[in-house]
Write a protein that binds this ligand. Structure first.
Ligand code: HSE
Length: 308
């Protein structure tokens, strides 16, 4: 193959109870990246269209370019890649835009290698992209973007990523309020020291959420999807968050919290029609606060980034 186009899904990280370790991928939103093999060992980004036309074309400064330059150098490739990027994920939205940029580029380039790498090997390059983008190599967006589904990143060194089963019939609602929140700022409000009682409560909720996913126990998931550590500290950065969350829960959502570092908000809901009703109520609640948003109902993407 000389040229491929990849769909890289948006992702919701943290999932209320798994800060920096849980994330799930979405079918409804994502980036598409076309990649062609070229004769010289370099990266050329010909265009960036979509939600982020102002991203740098210089491959050293661009997340997709940076990870591919490292791939070329590490494997001493005698060829390179030409990229055309269409961003469907808004930058600074908390939907894994930088993860999709690096994972999409890597999955595409990998298909053009003479000896393709494993997904675990690609993951180390994708983490580098997260470091370039936000200063922190957290894996909770890149792992669901690469592997699909709901992932638990138990360890990055050595890589230990576990796919957690999502009960059938669960849909995600995503709201993207029209303001931007930088991941560095959103991380800076988090305290390093945590009260022991909060740690105990969050551990109990994480364990309950895991058990609920494995046993398809929606009621247990609902009781467990509660973030006592991160959401209370970040909510002040998200105008409209509490009314939107109230609307989701009052209308029967399984759970609702901040998507990644925000400002997007996700909810899990049983059934597509029900999810659409919850979406409408969440949008109305945000609009009542004088804020506009984009919104989606999405299936969970089960396969990760894939070649179209
Ligand atoms: N776990 C990261 C955070 C995700 O919440 O800062 C960033 O998208």
């Amino acid at each position: 193959m000389e040229k491929v186009t990849v769909f890289a899904p948006a992702t919701c990280a943290n999932v209320a109870v798994g800060f920096d370790i849980l994330g799930f991928a979405l079918n409804a939103i994502g980036d598409s990246i076309s990649i062609e093999r070229i004769d010289e060992p370099k990266v050329v980004i010909t265009e960036i269209t979509g939600t982020n036309e102002n991203l740098p074309l210089d491959p050293v400064l661009n997340v997709s370019g940076a990870v591919l330059l490292k791939l070329i150098a590490d494997h001493q490739l005698n060829f390179g890649f030409e990229l055309s990027i269409h961003k469907g994920i808004p930058l600074g939205s908390g939907m894994g835009g930088s993860a999709a940029s690096s994972v999409g580029a890597l999955v595409g380039a990998n298909a053009l290698l003479d000896s393709p790498l494993s997904k675990n090997e690609l993951l180390s390059y994708a983490l580098l992209g997260e470091k370039v983008a936000s200063g922190s190599a957290h894996g909770d967006n890149v792992t669901p973007c690469l592997f699909g589904g709901l992932t638990l990143t138990r360890s990055l060194d050595p890589v230990d990523v576990i796919n957690i089963p999502v009960p059938e019939g669960v849909f995600a609602v995503i709201l993207h309020p029209h303001y931007r929140l930088d991941t560095r700022l959103s991380r800076s409000v988090l305290k390093k020291d945590l009260p022991l009682a909060d740690f105990v409560a969050q551990s109990a909720n994480l364990a309950g959420f895991m058990a609920g996913c494995y046993s398809q126990d929606i009621s247990l998931i609902k009781r467990s999807l509660k973030d006592v550590l991160i959401e209370p500290r970040r909510a002040s950065l998200l105008p409209g968050f509490f009314p939107v969350k109230r609307a989701a829960l009052d209308n029967g959502a399984i759970g609702c919290s901040i998507s990644g570092s925000g400002p997007s908000i996700f909810a899990w809901v049983e059934g597509q029609e029900h999810a659409d009703k919850v979406r409408r109520e969440m949008v109305t609640a945000l609009e009542s606060e004088g804020l506009q948003c984009d919104s989606w109902v999405s299936e969970i993407n089960r396969q990760g980034a894939f070649i179209l």
